[in-house]
Design a protein around this ligand. Structure first.
Ligand SMILES: C[S@@+](CC[C@H](N)C(=O)[O-])C[C@H]1O[C@@H](n2cnc3c(N)ncnc32)[C@H](O)[C@@H]1O
Length: 202
């Protein structure tokens, strides 16, 4: 992630968007978490999404990974008040065994706030989400499509993998292939640039 995107992710407008729009939409599609839920966030960035997962979704515990040690350091500072309810690790969302020692079926919910489009082998990350979710668990996703990434403004400002990105249909298909049922529980916005929704582990 380049410096422009890093600054954006660490900004007040990003936090407002996440709190006032993304979280309510994700709750609408995926529902609340069960009591005592164990949640995972992939690509947690500075940890504000993690805070919302604890506060607004009511997760009992939260594990989170990010590839960038600077982001994990920021998240550690933000999430210190939650003590041992939170575990943070530097690591790759496409290999959660190496990152977290995550066992099959070990989480009630997995959250993806705008990270999978950053991963070159993005289908591996979707497969990892399916592997670590228990049956009936929920995958909440908020993603950026190939259409947005191809816009001149995006290409000028940000730095993303260019090959094999996805549209909504391809993302939903990748989920369904690994046992994550989306059904009609997702939507796109701004002409298909963004994708929000939830999938249930079969
Ligand atoms: C666009 S930022 C989103 C951050 C945060 N989730 C948010 O919504 O504000 C993408 C994040 O994913 C992280 N990331 C990129 N590739 C990753 C990977 N393979 N595994 C884990 N984290 C990754 C980046 O370091 C960055 O913090």
């Amino acid at each position: 992630m380049n410096r422009v995107e890093s600054a954006l992710i660490n900004s007040a407008p990003r936090r407002l968007l996440q709190r006032l729009y993304e979280v309510p939409q994700l709750r609408r599609f995926g529902g609340p978490l069960p009591a005592g839920a164990r949640a995972l966030e992939i690509g947690c960035g500075p940890g504000y999404g993690a805070q919302l997962i604890l506060e607004r979704f009511g997760a009992a515990t939260l594990d989170a990974v990010d590839l960038d040690p600077a982001m994990i350091a920021r998240a550690q500072r933000r999430l210190r008040p939650y003590g041992d309810r939170v575990t943070l690790r530097v690591g790759d969302a496409a290999d959660l065994t190496a990152s977290l020692g995550a066992a099959d079926g070990s989480y009630d919910a997995v959250f993806d706030f705008a990270i999978i489009h950053h991963i070159p082998a993005w289908r591996d990350a979707v497969a990892e989400v399916a592997r670590v979710l228990r049956r009936g668990g929920t995958f909440y996703f908020d993603e950026v499509t190939a259409r947005a990434l191809a816009r001149p403004s995006y290409r000028a400002l940000f730095d993303h993998p260019t090959g094999d990105r996805f549209n909504a249909q391809q993302f939903v298909q990748a989920c369904e292939t690994v046992g994550l049922d989306v059904g009609d529980r997702c939507m796109t916005r701004i002409g298909g640039d963004y994708l929000l929704g939830a999938a249930r582990r079969r």
